[in-house]
Design a protein around this ligand. Structure first.
Ligand SMILES: CCCCC/C=C\C/C=C\CCCCCCCC(=O)SCCNC(=O)CCNC(=O)[C@H](O)C(C)(C)COP(=O)(O)OP(=O)(O)OC[C@H]1O[C@@H](n2cnc3c(N)ncnc32)[C@H](O)[C@@H]1OP(=O)(O)O
Ligand SMILES: CCCCCCCC/C=C\CCCCCCCC(=O)OC[C@@H](O)COP(=O)(O)O
Length: 273
């Protein structure tokens, strides 16, 4: 029994030591902590969401947003947001952003407008408590491997956006990407906006490469710049305009990505707390 009590004590001594001496340990520790803490937060959040709304309801995103906002501090991350005024748009719209890692959830929660939920891959629903809270938050799950299914779910979502006055956040790259640039955009987000005839608001996350490198196993403290760009109207557009709308959005976001990521690399000084 006495020996068992020593295990947490030993861990309390060894973990800080390893945190100071091994960047690989920091990488795995922060990643494990992030997932475990989100699972715990979701476990606490699930009954709160059920009590507030009785089940699946977009209003639960307020609870989720509130509960996730502190996590950045625990990971040593800070956000610098510009272009807040562009989110002050009435009614439904589609937010599009680049997608580098599951850490994007922190930036998403930093600026998530009211009555806004996301489109996500259907596999996320099986992620334990996180999957359940995503469902409770009204997240729209799509099967990326079956385009026809995904298209029909998104067509329903376009209708729901207007009926229920909701906003949807889509990652048009369709997968996580940390290649130092944006992947070509998939078309779903643009069809969605055109079908609902609602504006698109592009949001750009700066590159994480100055603090998070998966291959090199580095996860340092850092600043993430979030740039909200002016809305792009889709009124009067048809499916014929989707390709050019997608190209225009891509060009604007790529320019912003290179701009804010460059400036981070240039001013790669100490982290401001
Ligand atoms: C309290 C504690 C809480 C703890 C937990 C914390 C947080 C959790 C809560 C919230 C956070 C949630 C965060 C979730 C993030 C999840 C991120 C993801 O899962 S990203 C992956 C999923 N998303 C996407 O894939 C969206 C982007 N993809 C698309 O839009 C795709 O287009 C597609 C619809 C999936 C189809 O895929 P495909 O590969 O076939 O793409 P194409 O674009 O090439 O399309 C082919 C063809 O079809 C046409 N098309 C596409 N979409 C449509 C449409 N909607 N309607 C009509 N036609 C469509 C397209 O134009 C192409 O045709 P053509 O070549 O002729 O133009
Ligand atoms: C049964 C236990 C399963 C445990 C699984 C743990 C799941 C993760 C838990 C906590 C992380 C919190 C944030 C969750 C939201 C992250 C969403 C995300 O980033 O999904 C990836 C998706 O965009 C693209 O996936 P791919 O890169 O195409 O593949």
């Amino acid at each position: 029994m006495d020996v068992l009590w020593m295990i947490p004590l030993l861990l309390l001594m060894i973990i800080p030591l390893l945190m100071c001496t091994s960047s690989t340990f920091v990488f795995y520790f922060k990643k494990f902590f992030y997932v475990a803490w989100m699972m715990v937060l979701a476990l606490i959040g699930i009954p709160l969401c059920i009590l507030k709304s009785g089940g699946r309801d977009i209003e639960n995103m307020r609870i989720i947003r509130f509960m996730v906002r502190h996590v950045k501090y625990l990971l040593g991350l800070r956000f610098e947001v510009s272009g807040w005024e562009h989110l002050q748009t009435e009614g439904p719209y589609v937010v599009i952003s680049n997608h580098q890692s599951s850490l994007d959830v922190l930036g998403l929660m930093e600026i998530l407008p009211d009555r806004c939920t996301t489109i996500a891959k259907k596999e996320l629903i099986y992620a334990g408590t996180v999957g359940l809270i995503c469902w409770l938050g009204g997240i729209v799950f799509i099967n990326r491997k079956k385009t026809s299914d995904a298209k029909s779910v998104m067509a329903d979502a376009a209708k729901t956006m207007l009926d229920d006055q909701i906003r949807l956040w889509v990652f048009p790259e369709g997968t996580r990407n940390q290649n130092g640039d944006l992947l070509p955009f998939k078309k779903g987000a643009f069809h969605l906006a055109v079908q609902a005839q609602v504006p698109i608001i592009p949001v750009v996350f700066s590159s994480y490469s100055n603090f998070y490198l998966r291959k090199e196993k580095q996860f340092k403290s850092g600043i993430i710049r979030l740039k909200i760009l002016p809305k792009i109207e889709t009124k009067g557009m048809t499916s014929d305009d989707v390709a050019s709308l997608s190209d225009k959005s891509f060009d604007l976001m790529r320019a912003a990505f290179l701009d804010i990521s460059d400036s981070i690399t240039r001013s790669n000084g100490p982290v401001r707390h």
